[in-house]
Design a protein around this ligand. Structure first.
Ligand SMILES: C[S@@+](CC[C@H](N)C(=O)[O-])C[C@H]1O[C@@H](n2cnc3c(N)ncnc32)[C@H](O)[C@@H]1O
Length: 255
């Protein structure tokens, strides 16, 4: 695994034990994806959750459509250890998605991913690879945070005149173009969620840390810069996520 991917997955691994406890938004999105997936006519072929982590999507799907078994693929061994669907070696795969997809997923009936794609080095290119790996009639079902998220963080950093260390997120339009070049887009929607995290910004950053999602490729802020940032944090305590949900199908006859 290359350096950045290894560092990202190590961040998640360190917090694996507590991920589920703090993953309210991720769990809500997993249920949305599972409800969509359960209603789809599925061709034959493998199914996988890419960046499955602790298995929130697979667990929701298990309750709605238990016939669908998703390979639990992730770059974090510790998260897979905390994933109840990844008990046997046929159910899990420790894999770096920056290296493309494993051969066993060529001709897939379903590739799904929730809150995982944006951590890859080239999200739009990865999405296209995933699209090309589908069987005719196969489905790509993805939820991913996109550019425009964390506007309050970017604005506070700009007012405080300190760097914004947020992880760069892909543009929704670029992802849609990439998937749409191979697949028929059946549904897409950009949703905004604005949880209140508590006063002063600290609770928001603590939440990212507790999820293991605080990796940044910027140098860390110095203590004085942190103080500046928090002094300029919005009073209403909200931080917005913009999430793209995408359902797309490979054209062609189902086998
Ligand atoms: C925010 S978690 C989402 C987990 C799960 N899909 C969910 O919705 O709760 C992001 C996941 O992506 C995985 N990940 C990040 N970069 C990866 C890579 N290069 N290859 C495989 N998995 C990766 C992390 O290990 C982590 O499990």
């Amino acid at each position: 695994m290359r350096q950045t991917a290894a560092s990202i997955c190590t961040h998640f691994s360190r917090k694996a034990q507590h991920y589920d406890q703090h993953a309210g938004l991720q769990r809500a999105m997993a249920w949305r994806l599972a409800r969509r997936i359960a209603a789809l006519p599925m061709p034959a072929g493998p199914m996988a959750d890419l960046g499955a982590g602790s298995g929130l999507v697979g667990q929701a799907l298990q309750q709605l459509a238990p016939q669908h078994q998703l390979l639990q693929l992730d770059g974090s061994a510790a998260l897979l250890q905390h994933n109840p669907l990844a008990g046997s070696t046929t159910q899990r795969l420790l894999w770096d998605l920056n290296e493309g997809l494993p051969a066993c997923l060529q001709g897939s009936a379903l590739l799904t991913s929730s809150f995982g794609l944006h951590w890859l080095s080239r999200p739009a290119a990865a999405l296209k690879q995933w699209a090309k790996a589908l069987a005719p009639g196969g489905w790509l079902v993805v939820a991913v945070p996109v550019a425009g998220s964390f506007a309050q963080w970017h604005e506070a950093a700009s007012r405080a005149e300190v760097p914004c260390t947020a992880w760069p997120l892909p543009a929704a339009s670029e992802l849609l173009q990439s998937a749409g070049s191979v697949l028929a887009l059946r549904h897409h929607q950009e949703m905004q969620f604005s949880p209140r995290y508590g006063p002063g910004g600290r609770a928001f950053f603590r939440q990212l840390q507790q999820l293991g999602a605080s990796y940044s490729d910027h140098p860390p802020l110095r203590p004085g810069q942190w103080r500046q940032l928090l002094n300029h944090w919005p009073a209403d305590e909200q931080v917005s996520w913009r999430i793209l949900m995408l359902l797309a199908q490979r054209p062609g006859e189902q086998r």
